[in-house]
Design a binder for this molecule. Structure first.
Ligand SMILES: [Zn+2]
Length: 380
């Protein structure tokens, strides 16, 4: 696998009010990772209506992330290149953290209370039964690599193509049921803040989320990121795919990271973390919410576009006088728009003439992602 060079991965945009980090871990070449780095942000921002207040903007973000990911994938595939990439995109606005991801570059949250939770899910066929079912139902075949003599080796992959991931950007040589629709989670931290650790799969193959968080507590962000990679290398000894970004979200009057010496911290750590936690991220999040440390604002991982774009008709003609494609944002004549709910068995309560609307091209893509037409076959 290829990772976009370090200097390109870290972005710190002074864009109005938010802060953003992202990791793209490419495979079969770097083209998809580079393309996503260059276009994903603009495609997400382009899907957010203009003139929103801060809270409305944050509210619109999860849907815009879905549109931006799909548009980026569609544009990249239209270039005819075959590479693919994971994408983990983190937007921090004050205490609100929004994470969108496809693939297996994980983002975890470590709060001052000591609880570690995962803000992404791993889209790996080996570990994600739900995704295996979806891919199979959409016409993909899931199985292991078969070597001479019929022995099966390695993780579960999707065929054709042999990709281990169930979601990615790019990858036009695998079926279109390998979708770019991201898992999105939005949480609000308490005023004590927290630490985000975003890393590619090489880190998570070597160490658990808990281990990563614990290994770098007390260190400033930059050193912490290096420490996590070091810990992963120490455990597994491999050097590929081990990229890590650490973001500290700390109160503004406390801009210097608390300089707790690691030694002192060890005592605290042994108090907090003696019991080895096997709880799922969901359970941990619940626990966090219960003690008021982290408030869950939004979580959705469905691969069905109609479910992700919702039934609000904010892009309908009542707002702007024009229809706009909810994915690629092109203007549509009234006769051109196809409801995202048209012909969908997943949204029986919605009316097929309601928005959001898609252009013919995006509708085509939607059908392909849901396995309604053979991958790569264009309906004209
Ligand atoms: Zn479109």
């Amino acid at each position: 696998m290829f990772i976009v060079p370090q200097e390109c991965q870290l972005f710190h945009f002074p864009l109005s009010f938010f802060n953003k980090k992202r990791i793209f871990d490419g495979h079969n070449g770097t083209a998809a990772a580079v393309f996503s780095r260059d276009h994903l942000l603009n495609h997400v921002l382009g899907a957010i209506p203009c003139g929103l207040g801060r809270d409305e903007w944050l509210h619109a973000l999860p849907r815009a992330l879905v549109a931006g990911f799909v548009k980026t994938d569609k544009e990249f595939q239209s270039k005819g290149q075959t590479s693919g990439t994971t994408a983990t995109f983190v937007i921090v606005d004050r205490w609100t953290v929004t994470v969108a991801s496809v693939g297996d570059s994980r983002c975890i949250l470590d709060t001052q209370g000591g609880a570690v939770s995962e803000l992404t899910v791993d889209h790996r066929l080996e570990e994600n039964a739900e995704e295996r079912e979806r891919v199979t139902a959409s016409g993909g075949e899931v199985g292991r690599l078969s070597i001479f003599g019929g022995t099966e080796i390695g993780p579960l992959r999707c065929w054709p193509g042999g990709l281990c991931l169930s979601r990615s950007i790019g990858d036009m040589d695998v079926g279109e049921f390998i979708v770019p629709i991201p898992f999105v989670k939005q949480v609000k931290l308490s005023a004590v803040g927290g630490r985000l650790i975003i890393a590619s799969d090489g880190v998570w193959d070597a160490i658990s989320s808990d281990m990563a968080a614990k290994s770098c507590r007390g260190l400033p962000a930059e050193l912490a990121a290096r420490q996590v990679v070091k810990e992963a290398l120490r455990t597994r000894g491999l050097k590929d795919d081990t990229t890590c970004i650490v973001v500290d979200i700390i109160p503004p009057d406390n801009t210097v990271q608390p300089a707790t010496p690691p030694k002192k911290y060890n005592k605290l750590r042994s108090l907090f973390f003696r019991r080895k936690s096997h709880k799922s991220a969901a359970k941990l999040s619940k626990k966090l919410s219960a003690v008021g440390i982290v408030e869950e604002l939004f979580e959705e991982g469905s691969a069905i576009l109609a479910e992700r774009l919702g039934s609000e008709d904010s892009n309908g003609p009542s707002m702007s006088g024009l229809f706009i494609c909810a994915v690629c944002q092109v203007d549509l004549a009234a006769s051109e728009g196809i409801s995202v709910h048209a012909g969908s068995i997943f949204s029986t309560s919605s009316k097929p003439w309601q928005g959001p609307f898609l252009c013919a091209d995006c509708c085509n893509k939607k059908d392909a992602m849901e396995g309604k037409r053979p991958s790569g076959v264009k309906v004209t």
